[in-house]
Ligand binder design. Structure first.
Ligand SMILES: [Fe+2]
Ligand SMILES: [Fe+2]
Length: 192
């Protein structure tokens, strides 16, 4: 990894971790799963690198959200939910002058889109969603289900993988779900 890329990612994630504890480890785990799945699909090195950068930074837009909203564990109002959804816009935190950043803002913007077109913010469908974002979607939902988050009790790896399977073809790209299921047993959980 180029040291500039490494430093930029580390700096942004440190700021995000300060703002909302737990985000750094979440991002690192998502990156491991997304890159392993991308590798299983035979994607080229530059795509793998972009999957890594985008995974590490996928939630960095939460820096612009109120910390209380991020900590809230109860039912969210519609307004809160709309606020939360704005975290896919991370452009203000990303310096797109770096060559490695090419495509990253659009990928981050698409990480909550769904294969069937019911996601946000643009209801993109199928292969209109960048493949890096489709990989992050599987990895991040798996991570949140398996290991939990402030608003969610963990259900464990096998139950989480079963939920991912259920979402194949609706929420998630079926070929990515297949590749994920093949590699997930080979992945050592990191920073759980
Ligand atoms: Fe997100
Ligand atoms: Fe996330």
């Amino acid at each position: 990894m180029s040291s500039e890329r490494q430093d930029t990612i580390r700096k942004l994630l440190t700021a995000l971790e300060d703002h909302h504890p737990g985000e750094m480890r979440h991002a690192e785990r998502v990156a491991v799963v997304a890159v392993a799945t991308a590798n299983e699909l035979g994607l080229d090195d530059s795509t793998l690198e972009r999957v890594h950068s985008s995974s590490m930074l996928h939630d960095v837009g939460k820096l612009s959200l109120n910390a209380d909203l991020l900590q809230s564990t109860g039912l969210l109002t519609r307004e809160d939910r709309e606020q939360l959804e704005t975290h896919v816009d991370a452009i203000q935190f990303l310096n797109i002058d770096h060559a490695w950043m090419e495509g990253v803002p659009r990928i981050i913007r698409s990480h909550h889109e769904r294969w069937d077109g019911t996601g946000y913010p643009n209801q993109l469908k199928g292969e209109d969603i960048p493949i890096e974002a489709r990989l992050i979607a599987v990895a991040e939902v798996y991570d949140t289900l398996a290991y939990g988050a402030i608003w969610k009790e963990p259900i464990g790896e096998d139950a989480a993988a079963a939920e991912i399977e259920k979402g194949s073809g609706t929420w998630f790209d079926p070929s990515i779900v297949e590749a994920f299921q093949r590699v997930r047993h080979l992945i050592q959980p990191v920073n759980v």
